[in-house]
Design a protein. Structure first.
Lengths: 336, 335
């Protein structure tokens, strides 16, 4: 099984949520490849569909949502979008680790971390529970915690940063090599944030993982990710190597996003907020480009035709203005 | 363990103070209710032509005591007796100590109510979990509706309904009195069997009328826990269904223990209707009778017993939480 960094290919993924107005897409026709051994960052505002995307990797989109189209191929596992029941449960935890946002209480408040670790081991048929505990202590120690003490603690006895490290430990302790971190540093103070990011980077390298980091903080991605994907209104609008994308953003949304970051040096007014607000599930346009309402480069074609993702070397951008030839892409061709 | 011991000591001290305060209040209230059966008896004997001494003597013989001295002296005597578990002598049952009367009545209340409450708790909690998990299906709906329905029917109507169905229409079960008088009281199968048979309808009434509350409370508690992050987290870590189920149930049941403790505390006084309908000589009936007949010592004793049981139930609940909820264990002593 996948005991080395697996590659992941998300292809044509569409996730819809059932609402009184019918099924509306939160993620629409997203294709993304996670290369083995890389850290990919997905950046987007609240409601851009990035968390839904993260849950799709474990086929764990919560009702009333469901994966409508597309596949999530993971090396050594197959298309998890087709997994059901026990097969799916066994893939979670053992092959795919998921780390929750630090502010979320991802631990049972009534049980010690150690007991929950044992529950996890038993759930996955681990025979040598002692070895599992040893592994957990090693991991916690690796992250600068006193393993024995933490395993003997309840959630309310741990700080936010400690909980987050426990979350990372639980995601890795079964030797999963694909790890999804959903807002791993949100709600943590700056020092703890940078500690956690350092840990993520180091553990990623040491254990040979394929890592996906979901965040709204472009700084987090800049610090850890090899590749960066930008989400807007359920669409992936731009992706590419982190350095390239940050240095030379192509999509007008990526540009706006980077321009909106205040710098430590220089005039605070250099940071310019992106005008307007992101679309919600109900206000995402049904046709045309999802970003056109806020776009400085809006053209006529943007109102009617959804720009297809076009590869420019390592960079993939979905924008009519970038695709200066403004050829009308065929929807069929995109899936082929 | 020391935390629990410290808590227990604190609770006991507070509990005793509360009981003393309640005893004081009930003593003064009870003694200021208009109408005095001893005085009335004495007056009646006087009217009958007896000499005052003879009348006094006769009353004394009949009631075993005479209220004498100031209210303060009586209060001190009463409180003094309290420490020896002596609550005085019943007026309407001459010669019988209140404690004996209460103990006799408690026998007929505690067991049926306890069994009924625990049964309804068990069934209600289990069904509540299903009603919550299957809340979008027919089964869940049916369970929830059964809860609302039974919760809405007044206890005495439910009792009479059961009597009509199971004693009148289908004569399966005896409708009243706790036991057939044919049998010799004791540990023989005939007597115990008769006890059990007679207890079925009252216990069923308790259980059915309480069940609705449990299922509704458990359902809403489970729905809340289902929305908690750690349940999704457990699923995303690939925890077995049975383990996730245990996480849900254990977290959801916590708030229900408070309600259970409170209802167990109230069980000693809260069964008047059922005792009346099924003719069980329990504490509820005893309390009503003692009020009607102005039996002050009995009244005071019954009030005190109910108060004490509520206080004890609260202490037990709190200690229980200390054991089952680690967040309470670490917390500082409530003051």
């Amino acid at each position: 099984m996948a005991k080395q960094a697996p590659g992941v290919r998300i292809d044509g993924l569409t996730v819809v949520y059932k609402t009184p107005a019918g099924e509306l897409p939160a993620v629409r026709d997203v294709s993304l490849e996670l290369k083995p051994g890389t850290i990919t960052g997905i950046v987007g505002e609240s409601g851009s569909g990035k968390s839904t995307m993260a849950l799709s990797l474990l086929n764990a989109v919560q009702p009333p949502g469901r994966i409508q189209h597309g596949s999530v191929e993971i090396d050594g596992l197959g298309d998890v979008a087709k997994f059901r029941g026990e097969e799916l449960r066994k893939a979670r935890g053992r092959h795919i680790g998921y780390v929750f946002q630090a502010a979320q209480n991802s631990l049972n408040p009534l049980k010690t971390v150690g007991k929950q670790l044992l529950d996890l081991g038993r759930s996955h048929g681990v025979e040598d529970l002692r070895a599992l505990v040893r592994e957990a202590k090693d991991l916690l120690g690796r992250m600068g915690l006193d393993g024995a003490r933490v395993l003997d603690s309840h959630q309310h006895e741990l700080s936010g940063g400690m909980r987050q490290r426990v979350g990372i430990m639980l995601a890795l302790v079964l030797n999963a090599h694909l790890v999804v971190l959903d807002e791993p540093t949100t709600a943590l103070d700056m020092i703890t944030q940078s500690n956690i990011l350092k840990i993520v980077r180091e553990v990623h390298a040491e254990r040979g993982l394929t890592t996906l980091v979901i965040t709204h903080d472009i700084g987090v991605v800049a610090e850890v990710a090899d590749r960066l994907a930008v989400m807007y209104g359920g669409r992936l609008v731009e992706q590419g190597p982190t350095r390239e994308v940050l240095a030379d953003p192509q999509h007008p949304y990526t540009r706006g996003l980077i321009r909106a970051i205040p710098r430590l040096v220089g005039d605070i007014n250099e940071a310019q907020a992106l005008p307007g607000r992101p679309p919600t599930l109900a206000t995402v346009p049904k046709e045309g480009c999802v970003f056109r309402e806020r776009c400085p480069l809006r053209m006529d074609v943007c109102d009617t035709v959804d720009p297809a993702a076009q590869a420019y070397g390592e960079r993939i951008v979905a924008c009519h203005a970038v695709d200066s030839a403004v050829k009308v892409p065929s929807r069929e061709g995109e899936h082929a | 363990m020391t935390v629990i011991a410290r808590r227990l000591a604190g609770h006991l001290a507070r509990g005793i103070v509360m009981i003393l305060v309640v005893a004081t209040i009930s003593f003064f209230i009870v003694n200021n209710i208009p109408g005095d059966p001893v005085a009335a008896r004495y007056e009646k004997l006087l009217e009958g032509g007896m000499s005052p001494e003879a009348a006094l003597q006769a009353t004394k013989v009949m009631y075993g005591f005479l209220p004498s001295g100031s209210m303060w002296d009586q209060y001190l005597a009463y409180m003094g007796g309290l420490f020896r578990f002596d609550l005085g002598i019943s007026i309407t049952r001459p010669g019988q100590p209140v404690t004996d009367v209460l103990a006799e009545a408690a026998k007929w209340t505690v067991l049926p109510v306890l069994i009924g409450t625990l049964l309804s708790f068990l069934v209600g909690v289990i069904f509540g979990v299903y009603a919550a998990i299957k809340r979008t299906s027919k089964l869940g709906d049916t369970l929830a509706i059964s809860g609302s329905l039974l919760h809405g029917i007044p206890q005495y109507i439910l009792a009479m309904l059961l009597v009509v169905i199971f004693s009148t229409l289908i004569p399966l079960l005896p409708p009243d009195s706790p036991v057939d008088i044919l049998f010799e009281p004791g540990w023989n199968s005939g007597y115990l069997g008769s006890l059990a048979q007679h207890a079925v309808l009252p216990v069923a009434t308790y259980a059915l009328s309480a069940y609705g509350g449990w299922i509704l409370a458990m359902k809403s508690s489970v729905v809340t826990v289902l929305g908690d992050d750690f349940i999704l987290a457990a699923e995303l870590r690939g925890m077995k269904r049975s383990i996730v189920f245990r996480y849900i149930a254990r977290n959801a049941i916590l708030p229900l223990f408070t309600i259970l403790a409170l209802s167990l505390g109230l069980l000693l006084g809260g069964a008047v209707f059922i005792e009346k309908i099924f003719n069980y000589p329990g504490l509820g009936l005893l309390l009503i009778d003692s009020i009607n007949l102005r039996d002050y010592p009995l009244m005071g004793g019954a009030f005190l017993l109910i108060t004490a049981s509520v206080i004890v139930a609260n202490i037990v609940a709190d200690l229980f939480y200390t054991v089952i909820d680690p967040r309470v264990r670490g917390g500082e002593e409530a003051s």
